[in-house]
Ligand binder design. Structure first.
Ligand code: ADP
Length: 450
């Protein structure tokens, strides 16, 4: 096992990794930008190193500074968390060439999966169906029109290098295709410095279902079952559940598909295969997230596996201590993301000082957060303040538990998404499991007329 690990991230996930290190008897070295100087996660690390100014480019996205911190602290491995550099193949490669173990997949696998068009080619090799669409990038208008007609409108134009819900556009007819493509290219160039786009059939009201996988360096690959992340706003997840409440045969097939994909691309460590599921429970691969995800706790709750500790053990060369048959899916878990956002202003991020914070407790309740009373949420980074997770024997009991826990949770001083979650957990459609990826914007918060 490693003696010391650098946590190349901040906030909630930095704390999550520090906690895993403590339980493994590994020293955790935290990094921080000047904006995070007073962040509570630093107090829980064995050491904290300032890596630069508030701007991410000067700190959490700055590879030379992170490598310098790793050298100064004399660590053996680097955990990238999620976001920031976690899916940057160059960072993974540089870590390893500087003799630091990167706690994540091989850089070749990150590179291949980072381009969604390439990921679809690998899915085909693994005999996993993708959403019908173009074979790779679309280079001309004529080609786009031909493909769109063959798969049928509406189509979705997606950025090959896309992520975080950016660079996607629905196009409903041939007439608007050229202008939509141009707009999508501009958006992709601005967001990802890569104007490459491709086409997919736009699946009507799908569910977003994903499968957690773990793969060691000894050829063992297992899935840790499925999560439903259909509740989204602007393609950003709000609520995640495990399991995805699908028939067991479909769940098994999804798990097997994810394992085949991971094996085909030579994946190791933790990762997620994302799928869209239509009304008939057909599933279509959309992409791989080559990192630990925000919503990993719901899979931990139903399987009893500590995914972050497994990531560290895998990186240290240990074989998985269980087989697929040992990974059971028990009960139902739900996570809600508590973001500091202002509902009166289009849910834009709202920074500020938390004046009071009272967290829920009791059976089956977990609170993963770096925040506490007196902490000021800096305006520089994403708006996640904490994750409230519940686990119960069944979905109805988990919903009742989440309602109870949301009522206990008090955050004062900043605006948060708590009222939105309370509305979701009271809504009949959600209780009945009658939701899809368009539900929040279509039913719960339709745009105001005019
Ligand atoms: P990103 O990497 O930007 O998160 P994804 O490919 O994972 O993009 O898609 C994000 C979300 O966009 C999905 O969860 C789903 O809600 C929606 N989406 C993506 N592809 C399609 C599609 N072909 N049809 C309908 N919705 C889609």
């Amino acid at each position: 096992m490693f003696q010391r690990i650098l946590v190349a991230n901040r906030g909630e996930i930095a704390l999550r990794v520090i906690r895993a290190c403590k339980e493994l008897g590994v020293e955790a070295v935290a990094v921080y930008s000047q904006a995070d100087r007073d962040a509570p996660y630093l107090e829980l690390a064995d050491r904290a190193i300032c890596i630069g100014k508030a701007a991410s480019a000067d700190s959490y996205l700055n590879i030379p500074r992170l490598i310098a911190a790793a050298e100064v602290a004399d660590v053996q491995a680097i955990h990238p968390g999620y976001g920031f550099l976690s899916e940057n193949p160059q960072f993974a490669e540089i870590c390893r060439s500087c003799n630091f173990e990167f706690i994540g997949p091989p850089h070749e696998a990150i590179r291949k999966m980072g381009l969604k068009t390439e990921a679809k080619v690998i899915a085909a090799q693994a005999k996993v169906a993708s959403v019908p669409g173009s074979d790779g990038a679309v280079n001309s208008e004529a080609e786009a029109i031909r493909i769109a007609k063959s798969i049928g409108f509406p189509v979705l134009i997606k950025a090959a290098a896309g992520g975080g819900g950016k660079g996607m556009r629905v196009c409903r007819d041939e007439a608007s295709l050229p202008s939509s493509i141009q707009a999508a290219r501009n958006e992709a160039e601005a967001a990802f410095k890569n104007p490459s786009i491709y086409l997919e059939k736009y699946i009507d009201r799908p569910r977003h279902v994903e499968v957690q996988v773990l793969a060691d360096h000894h050829g063992n690959v297992v899935h840790c079952w499925d999560r439903d992340c259909s509740l989204q706003r602007r393609h950003q997840k709000l609520v995640e559940e495990a399991s995805a409440s699908l028939p067991i045969e479909v769940r098994r097939k999804l798990g097997e598909a994810a394992v085949r994909l991971a094996k085909t691309v030579g994946y190791t460590n933790a990762g997620t295969c994302e799928f869209l599921v239509d009304a008939e429970d057909n599933f279509y691969f959309i992409e791989v997230n080559a990192r630990i995800q925000v919503e990993h706790p719901v899979s931990e709750e139903i399987t009893g596996i500590d995914l972050v500790k497994q990531q560290i053990r895998i990186a240290a060369g240990e074989p998985l201590p269980f087989t697929q048959d040992d990974v059971k899916s028990e009960g139902h878990a739900i996570e809600v993301r508590i973001n500091s956002e202002d509902p009166e202003h289009g849910f834009r991020p709202s920074a500020g000082r938390i004046t009071d914070l009272r967290v829920p407790g009791g059976p089956g309740v977990r609170w993963d957060s770096h925040a506490r009373a007196g902490y000021s949420v800096p305006p520089n980074y994403d708006s996640l303040v904490g994750k409230l997770i519940v686990h119960a024997p069944s979905r109805p009991e988990a919903i009742a538990r989440m309602r109870r826990a949301l009522d206990e949770l008090v955050i004062e001083g900043i605006k948060t998404t708590i009222p939105l979650h309370k509305a979701i957990f009271r809504h009949k459609d959600f209780i009945d499991g009658n939701v899809d990826t368009t539900w929040v914007e279509r039913v719960l918060m339709p745009p105001k007329a005019g």
